[in-house]
Design a protein. Structure first.
Length: 325
């Protein structure tokens, strides 16, 4: 007699994203788009995604776009709370929402927030004793209002046990990709990143304060183009005489104007660019000697000294902790 074999469908992983009046639209739609793309790329609906809100129905985001939602209730496997500004204070004060969060979060496999959504979880007492991230503009306020938690003011997103928190807006996409990688593997997460035409998948430890981005935002001509050139030529001499010549300034004038424009001396700025590049290369498993040459730090010893001074650990340890899958 031939036995029949029945294949049961994989149970769906239920994700709730909490929205509310005045929430940041991209805090909701960014992660939602990632989980939706994971369903498409995985070939079956692995995620059951539900947008929830305290009252259900349509909620109006900070930019005026309405989001359809289901009233809070039920138990998610993963819960994420969106950030916002206009309705954040009122959302934090809702007793019904606090009771629901305190009921479902401890039972969830993971819970967390995007941007200022951390305030909602903190107000419910769910982040006490945890290291968390939020948008750089709100880190000081979060730490002051909720001293029982530890605010990481630098990282794009932070994972502390089952708690996942991100810095804000586009970093919610980075964190959602990391959640997908944990569930479905790096290949699926990388496929989604390529589909979204992302420049790169950003790891959680990457700083909110990229020296390159800060300089591109604040530096005036001729330093904008010069900084782009520096980023592309880290293995070349980037001393003051070289940079001043490219900028068409005397060394003294260059040093003064560059420091005023970027807030850092040329040497400090160049070292920051080199160490950030080294950190990225370390996750790709390249030999430390090769990385030192590529970023212009000449030797493993010099790279090690500078890296440990800035990040508090040896390059070899960082590589083992963050090696790309």
């Amino acid at each position: 007699m031939t036995k029949k074999v029945y294949f049961l469908p994989m149970p769906k992983h239920r994700i709730f994203i909490l929205a509310y009046e005045g929430c940041q639209l991209l805090d909701v739609t960014g992660p939602a788009a990632v989980f939706g793309a994971a369903n498409e790329g995985h070939g079956q609906d692995f995620y059951d995604l539900v947008i929830v809100s305290p009252g259900g129905g349509a909620v109006t985001s900070n930019c005026g776009v309405a989001i359809q939602s289901r009233k809070i209730g039920g138990q998610p496997d993963t819960l994420l709370v969106a950030g916002g500004s206009l309705g954040l204070k009122a959302t934090m004060a809702r007793d019904d929402l606090r009771r629901w969060l305190c009921s479902v979060a401890p039972k969830a496999r993971r819970f967390g927030s995007v941007c200022t959504g951390a305030f909602v979880l903190a107000a419910a007492g769910l982040l006490d004793g945890k290291r968390v991230a939020t948008h750089w503009a709100h880190c000081e306020r979060l730490a002051r209002k909720f001293p029982a938690l530890e605010v990481d003011a630098d990282s794009l997103y932070v994972v502390d046990g089952k708690v996942w928190t991100s810095a804000g807006v586009t970093t919610g996409i980075d964190m959602a990709l990391a959640l997908v990688e944990e569930d479905l593997g790096a290949a699926t997460a990388n496929l989604i990143a390529r589909h979204f035409v992302l420049y790169a998948r950003r790891p959680g430890y990457q700083s909110q304060f990229s020296p390159l981005l800060q300089a591109q935002t604040t530096a005036e001509a001729p330093f904008g183009k010069l900084i782009d050139w520096m980023q592309e030529n880290l293995d070349q001499p980037l001393d003051v005489p070289t940079l001043a010549a490219r900028a068409g300034l005397t060394e003294r004038s260059f040093y003064r104007k560059f420091t005023e424009a970027t807030g850092k001396t040329p040497a400090h700025f160049v070292e920051g660019l080199r160490l950030d590049a080294a950190r990225t290369l370390l996750t790709r498993g390249l030999p430390i000697k090769t990385i030192a040459g590529k970023v212009g730090l000449t030797s493993p010893a010099r790279l090690g000294q500078a890296f440990e001074r800035r990040f508090g650990m040896a390059p070899s340890l960082f590589r083992e902790m963050h090696r790309a899958a």
